[in-house]
Each structure stands twice: as C-alpha cells, then as structure tokens.
Design a protein around this ligand. Structure first.
Ligand code: G6P
Length: 604
C-alpha cells in the first residue's frame, strides 16, 4: 500500500519529506512525489520510479515549512508521472495524497467533468482535489471544503491535503492508517511511524471516520462533526521494528494485514445484494458463453490459488477448469485456443515461467487474463486483460496476504463467469458474495486466536515431518499449508488429498508425524473425518481446522474456523500460516528470507 508523509513546522519541509519517503521505501512503490507550500499555490514535484528518481528532480532546498509527500503502489492507473501523487485541482491551489481506493470515483469524476473540471490522471484520487475545489469556489473554508469532500467519497482512504493560503495539513482516515507525530513546535504526518520516527516519538493514531487539521503545534480531530481527543502514545520501536509495524517479522505483519488487504481486494467490486460483480475486465458475455475451458497457469503459492479457483469455476460457472504448473505448460497439447481462457496467476507479475506460459498461450491465439498484485508488471503488458488483487506490497518471501487476495479475486471471477453464463442465479451469487464479504471479519477472528495457534505449534514443533490433508477446496489449502511450513521451517511437510493417504503416504504416518486436517465447509469434511480416523489409528496427533460441529471430537486440537461456505477453507489457511510461522520461529529460522528461496524468480 502507498506511503504518506507530511510536515508542518518551522524548518525547510523538503528534506523532512524526502527522508520520510526514503524511510517508507521498504513498502514498495512505483512512483513518488511531494507538494510544498512556499507561500502561494503548492509546488508539486513527482515522478515515476524510486525516491532517488524523485530526488533527482527536487531542488536542493525550499522555502516551504509545510508539505506532503507520497510513495505510490498503483491500484488505479499505470505507474506514470501523471498518475503519481500529489494530485491537484484545476486551479493548482489544492494538492492531495491518498492511500487506499475510492469506490465511487467513477460517478464523482463524471459529475465533476460535467461541471467542467479537467482531470490530468487516471487515478481515483484526483476526484478529491476537484471536490475540494468546487467547495472552495462556493465559499467554504479549506477545513469545511475538505470535510465536505471526504463526506462524498466511499471506500478506504488515508488522505492528506495542503491548500494555498494555509499552513495546515488536512487529514482523513477510513480503513487505511494515518498517524501524527508531535515534535517541539513541529508536527509530522505518516501512514506509519517510520515516516518520521527520527523526529518524533509521541504519536497520535487517527481512527476510522476521523477528519483532522494539523499545524506546527496543534492537532484538531473531528469525528461525525464533533471535536474529539485522541490519545498521544509513546513509540518505543526502533526503525527496523517500526517497518515491521512492531511485529518480529514481515511475514507476521503481512499475515495480520490480511483483513485490510481483503477489504481492498473487494472494495467497489461486489454488490452482494444484487449478486453482481464488477471486475473491470473485458470478457464479453458471448465470449464467456462460448468457453470450453479455463486454464490457470502459475507457480508455487499462486498455483495453489489456481487450484482453489478451478474448483470454484467448475462448480459455479459449469466450465472445465484445469490448473497447470507454469513450467510444464509448454509440454501439454490438446488446446482449442478459441474456446480457452488462459489465466496467469502471479503476485509479482514477473515469474519467468508464468510469463513463458502466457506467451505460449498468446502464440496459440487464446485470450489471456493476468491476475496479479503489481500494476505495470511484465505480465500486465503481455496479457489481454488484467485483474489486480490489491493486496499491497508483500516483503516476506513466503506469500501470505497475496494468496488470500488471489483466491478472493479469483472467487469473484468465478462468480462473474457463472453469472454471465447463467449458471448462477442472482440469489446464489449473492450468497457467495456475502461469504466473500465476510472474509475480513472471519480472518480477523482467526488472527485473534493466535495464542491458541502458538500453543499448538509449541506442542508439535519438535516433529520434523508434517502432513496436511483436505478434500475439494480443502485440498488446495492442504497443499498451500504444507508449502508454507516447508518453506520457512525446513521441515518435511506434504499436502495430500485426504483420500490419497491410504494409497501410499499412510506408510509414513507415525506418532511423530502431526497431521493437520481441513475440516471446514466447502472441503467435504465429513469424508475427511474418515481419513482423520485412519491416521489416528496409526498414532498420529491430529490438528483439525474445523467449522462448527464438523470433526472437533475426532481431533486432538481443534481450531475453530468461522463458517463462510466456500470461503471457509481459505479462512482455515490463515491458521496454517500462523502455525507455520510459529513452528519456524520456535526453530529460529530466517523467516522473511528462507534459505535457497527468492520472492520473485525471474529466470526459468
Ligand atoms: C517464488 C516465491 C513463491 C511464489 C512463486 C510464484 O517461488 O518464493 O512464494 O509463490 O515464486 O510467484 P508469483 O510472483 O508468480 O506469484
């Protein structure tokens, strides 16, 4: 997700903003910019690329004592100079930086354009300065204009605005973090404390729904139009810990970011009441109705997301769905490209084998769709259509939040294809979308049970072989769970379709091989219970990831999975992420950078 920094004080704002952006670089970015208030309209400098690229176009010093800065991680619009933040209104008097997604920007943009506003970017953010401009033109004060603009936008946002003629920064927060650092006669703003940690350690965290104004020595917060006080907290973390949000590892931070990542994935895309999905991909109804096969191509964790998705597509869209390890794709024949949609699933968008498979699909003439986290990545330039998972940057090598966002995006795709092929009624689609909408809350409940997962991990961490079993959607989760554990703990871990155990793997089961069973809705839990009994009779301890009432009494340790229909196995996967994390941590492994592995593998 993007990074925000702001400064209001007495010294030159430019180096403070520039250093703040540098501190935020760890989050990943594709462009950066600042707006400086030097008396008169804010001066904006911005560019695609790294903070060092921005520094190359910045002056050495400025007269500004107030300003805001931004590092962008694209969700709307390619990484370009024009799409970089800050964004301004028609007059150039208002400059805004934004993290998050404005769901209703299309409607607002149309309305503003009809009123004569000219837009310079493809971003959702740009509606904000134009909304403020319209309010200012009607005579509102900057604070009122900002509050009125914020009241009109829907979605998730952390906003920071500067305006000609004021020495204040105007802030708003909804589902995207924003904090204020209190210095001596100066105030700092950050999307997280790393933006200003070397200057201020007394911090106020804004809450959802807050609108605030900061000046050099004052923070005024309003909530629902009423003035409120927010506590000032002392931050003890050092910079390295702060980058990890106080978590010991990026992986753990990213596991805990999943509710937010999921909200971003879903934002503005579903109408659960009507059973409608809007994915902004050009897959016409006639084409989807002519489809005979959907092929998913991917590697590693993304392959497991493809397996989950194939199951959903076959069930809800009634079309054959196959999943291919990307490096094997070229060795397979029997394609009818005209009736095949090839979906490349890759969080980085740069995995060489996935790109090669996509080129091969393209060569045969198949229509292609990329499902990725990185706007402007190589895969997006190769594919006909792109669906962004919007998980925000992931730093830990072991994929966590990108997996849940991939599966969720693909579930929406399955609903879309099912609706267009008339295989899903609006009511059925509505039920599925309600389940998807429940994901952030359900995942949060799993995260809240972390102490219980840690206790289970402690009980089994001495084992050096683990098995994961599941059926149907639970099978893909069993494979992903085993991959997570082996990647970061270096223990032998394998996932199996539960029914396959008796055809070989059962020979490996002993009282020292814990078995984790996916016993949720959507995972044929009743049948998997039979497999649980098979391994228990060989002495293996069993950890059950159980939806209410299924399987608890047959397992040694039950972890409760909220019932979310076809999304339940995905929620169960979050337990497996935590389990893998704690086992690896107890063994002292290099969790964020496991041996021999890379985040993105760009060679075949
Ligand atoms: C590497 C990573 C895995 C990842 C795989 C595919 O092997 O270590 O975590 O799942 O690449 O990456 P992609 O970016 O294509 O999803």
């Amino acid at each position: 997700m993007c990074g925000i920094v702001g400064y209001a004080g007495a010294r030159d704002a430019l180096p403070v903003l520039s250093d703040g952006l540098k501190n935020l670089e760890y989050r990943g970015y594709d462009s950066a910019g600042v707006a400086l208030c030097e008396g008169g309209a804010p001066t904006v400098y911005k560019t695609v690329g790294e903070v060092d690229d921005l520094r190359a176009v910045l002056p050495d010093a400025s007269e500004a004592t107030v300003g805001v800065g931004h590092t962008r991680w694209s969700t709307h619009g390619e990484p370009t100079d024009a799409n970089a933040h800050p964004h301004t209104d028609c007059t150039g008097d208002v400059a805004v930086v934004h993290n998050g997604i404005i769901d209703n920007y299309d409607d607002l943009k149309a309305e503003l354009e009809a009123d004569g506003h000219a837009f310079a970017s493809e971003t959702d953010t740009e509606v904000v300065p134009h909304l403020v401009e319209a309010e200012l033109a009607d005579g509102a004060s900057p604070a009122d204009a900002f509050a009125a603009a914020v009241a009109r936008i829907e979605g998730s946002f952390a906003l920071a605005m500067v305006v000609d003629g004021t020495d204040a920064i105007y802030l708003a927060r909804q589902d995207s973090p924003l904090c204020v650092g209190h210095g001596d006669g100066e105030t700092f703003v950050g999307s997280d404390v790393t933006a200003f940690l070397e200057h201020a350690r007394e911090v106020t965290y804004l809450e959802n729904g807050d609108v605030a104004v900061v000046t050099a020595d004052e923070l005024v917060v309003e909530h629902d139009g009423e003035r409120v006080e927010r506590p000032v907290e002392q931050v003890e973390w050092e910079a390295d810990a702060a980058e990890k949000g106080g978590y010991e590892h990026y992986m753990l931070k990213e596991i805990h970011e999943q509710p937010r990542a999921l909200r971003q994935t879903l934002s503005g895309r579903i109408d659960a009441l009507e059973g409608e999905v809007d994915l902004d991909v050009d897959l016409p109804r006639e084409y989807l109705n002519s489809l005979e096969e959907v092929q998913f191509v991917a590697c590693g964790t993304s392959y497991h997301a493809g397996l989950y998705a194939a199951n959903l597509v076959e069930e809800h869209a009634d079309v054959r769905a196959t999943v291919h390890v990307a490096s094997e794709y070229q060795f397979r024949g029997g394609r009818d490209p005209w009736r095949t949609l090839v979906v490349a699933v890759t969080q980085s968008g740069e995995t060489a084998e996935t790109l090669a498979a996509l080129r091969e699909a393209d060569r045969t003439g198949a229509r292609t769709l990329a499902v990725t986290n990185v706007v402007g990545s190589s895969v997006t330039r190769l594919a006909d259509e792109n669906l962004y998972i919007r998980a925000g940057p992931e730093i830990g090598v072991a994929a966590t939040k990108t997996f849940v966002s991939q599966v969720t995006s693909l579930a929406l795709l399955a609903v879309h294809v099912g609706r267009e092929r008339d295989e899903l009624t609006p009511t059925e689609a509505s039920d599925l979308l309600e389940d998807a909408r429940g994901l952030p809350g359900a995942v949060q409940r799993v995260l809240d049970a972390d102490a219980q997962v840690r206790a289970v991990a402690e009980a089994y961490a001495d084992s050096d072989a683990f098995f994961f079993i599941g059926r149907a959607l639970g099978h893909s989760v069993a494979l992903e769970s085993a991959l997570k554990l082996k990647e970061i703990s270096y223990d032998h871990a394998e996932g199996f379709p539960a029914g396959e155990l008796k055809h070989g793997p059962l020979a490996l089961v002993t009282d020292d091989t814990p078995v984790v069973a996916v016993l949720t809705g959507g995972a044929r839990a009743a049948e998997t219970v039979n497999s649980v009994k098979e391994v228990e009779s060989r002495g293996a301890p069993v950890v059950g990831l159980c939806t209410d009432g299924i399987g608890e009494k047959f397992v040694d340790d039950a972890l409760a999975v909220p019932d979310l229909g076809a999304m339940s196995p995905l929620v169960a996967n979050v337990y497996a992420q935590l389990f893998a994390y704690h086992v690896a941590n107890l063994k002292g492994r290099a969790i964020d950078k496991p041996r021999n592995l890379a985040k993105s593998v760009t060679v075949e």
